[in-house]
Ligand binder design. Structure first.
Ligand code: PLP
Length: 478
């Protein structure tokens, strides 16, 4: 077994190329055989080192045969994309360099400034130098943005949160909807705001923030002595892909002095599709935007991004430069570690650069547009099928629907729809997941892969019907 790096690297290149090439013709996902699972769980810490060639053998035989499924064009689960091949290659080079992108004068730091600007340019968000950074994902980007929002609001109320904390202050109140992603609540909890002070306001028929309800809630909170400070709007909810009406929301936030944060983790890049771009009008007026290159752009995990309008709000929230990190060469913007929570930071920008550069702006936009087109096609297939029901309009590239055969009661329908995703997944041909939308169990398919075909979508519908038939078999007899 070889222990020579160059030889092993060639083997690795073959292994990875074979894997990516064969992926579309393999089952999308299969449960791991118990023996294989236990072999991994029970791995023993080796006393003596294992040669590189043998490590690759284990990767090829034990690990790569059991993927999550998201590289396959018939994977429609959650919001997990196939990796951009250019990003896969970049990951190897980035780990060979292995810098800490905290700051300093090396390629990775300058490249991160460039790709954060690219991301802002792609989605049309204003980008003052220093107005953002890459993060592990949107969960972290949300913590970063909401911390800046919290500190601004507290300062306006005469409080320096960094020094004094929040204790004894009237509660700061943020506004979300029932469709807001759970990472917002996590951020609010971590930032000491209290999830009770994150108020879910009503949504309209399309799942969008209801502005009259928002206005009323703000007035009620002010009258009670609380301090409204934040509105979280969605550029693509995770349940149905709904996009909030940003312009009127931004008007309200401006009037009321509230920080507008947009969760664009999944859907912000949808603005690149001319067919749906109008839904995003006013997204550029937000105070902050969190988004995930590791979703619709296909940048290999992990990579989120926080963009903020006011650089100083961000730096003022996080900058803390101990003497051992003083850096005369850092320039006006200082270090990335002054804009977020991480100190040692991975070289994420290389895979972002490679993934975007390989497709070009036009290629990225074409991929996005293809996905929304596929989603509308799936929506049409659902509407045409007497046993399926669309539960929300297809706004971006998520299709939320239900299996609804005639003659089944509400409870039975919910139970069936809840069991359906796993039954479909176990068949191995397509992969779809479920969610609860407006109190009902639904299926949701997320289209992120531009190589998916209309045939794949027809297969998805057929697989859902077949899985449902399996689940309901013998029902009428019993
Ligand atoms: C995925 C997602 C998040 C969380 O982002 P992570 O990258 O998983 O941390 C937040 N909001 C929405 C709408 C998402 O789709």
């Amino acid at each position: 077994m070889t222990d020579d790096f160059r030889t092993a690297a060639r083997v690795a290149a073959e292994l990875v190329s074979d894997y990516l090439e064969e992926l579309p013709s393999r089952p999308v996902w299969q449960p791991m055989p118990l023996r294989e699972r236990e072999a991994l769980l029970g791995l023993e810490l080796p006393e003596k080192g294992v040669p590189l060639g043998e490590l690759l053998g284990v990767i090829g035989e034990r690990v790569m045969p059991a993927p999550m499924g998201n590289g396959n064009p018939r994977f429609f689960g959650w919001v997990n994309s196939a990796p951009q091949p250019a990003g896969v290659l970049a990951t190897l080079a980035a780990s060979a360099m292995n810098p800490s992108s905290a700051g300093g004068d090396h390629a990775d730091v300058h490249l991160e400034r460039a790709v954060v600007r690219w991301i802002a340019e792609l989605v049309g968000f204003p980008h003052p130098p220093g107005g953002g950074l890459l993060t592990s994902g949107t969960s972290m980007a949300t913590i970063v943005c909401l911390a800046a929002a919290r500190n601004r609001a507290a300062r306006r109320a005469g409080r320096d949160v960094r020094e004094e904390g929040l204790a004894g202050m009237p509660p700061l109140v943020g506004y979300v909807t029932g469709e807001t992603h759970s990472c917002v609540r996590k951020a609010a909890e971590l930032l000491g705001l209290g999830s009770r002070h994150l108020r879910a306001v009503a949504t309209d028929e399309e799942g969008r923030l209801d502005l009259a309800a928002l206005r009323a809630a703000v007035a009620e909170d002010r009258a009670a002595g609380r301090l409204p400070f934040l509105v979280v709007a969605s550029a693509g909810t995770v349940g149905t892909g709904a996009v909030d009406a940003f312009d009127p929301t931004a008007d309200l936030c401006a009037e009321e002095g509230l920080w507008l944060h947009v969760d664009g983790a999944y859907g912000a890049f949808g603005v690149l599709d001319p067919v749906i771009a109008h839904r995003y009008a006013g997204m550029d007026r937000a105070d902050s935007l969190a988004l995930d290159p590791h979703k619709w752009l296909g940048v290999p995990v992990d990579c989120g991004c926080a963009l903020v309008r006011d650089t100083e709000e961000l730096r003022g929230t996080f900058s803390l430069v101990p003497s051992y990190l003083r850096d005369e060469a850092a320039g006006d913007l200082g270090w990335f570690s002054e804009y977020g929570t991480e100190q040692t930071r991975p070289f994420r920008s290389l895979k972002v650069w490679a993934s975007i550069a390989h497709r070009g702006r036009a290629g990225v936009a074409a991929d996005i547009a293809r996905c929304t087109e596929l989603a509308r096609h799936l929506g049409a297939l659902v509407e045409r099928d007497p046993e399926l029901e669309l539960v929300a309009p297809v706004e971006t590239s998520i299709v939320a629907f239900r299996y609804r055969p005639a003659g089944m009661g509400a409870e039975e329908l919910d139970a069936l729809n809840r069991r359906l995703p796993m039954a479909v997944q176990l068949r191995g041909r397509v992969f779809v997941t479920g969610a609860v939308y407006r109190g009902r169990e639904v299926l949701r398919a997320c289209l992120l892969n531009a190589t998916t075909t209309e045939r794949d979508l027809e297969l998805l519908v057929a697989e859902i019907r077949a899985a449902a038939a399996e689940l309901t078999e013998g029902r009428s007899a019993s």
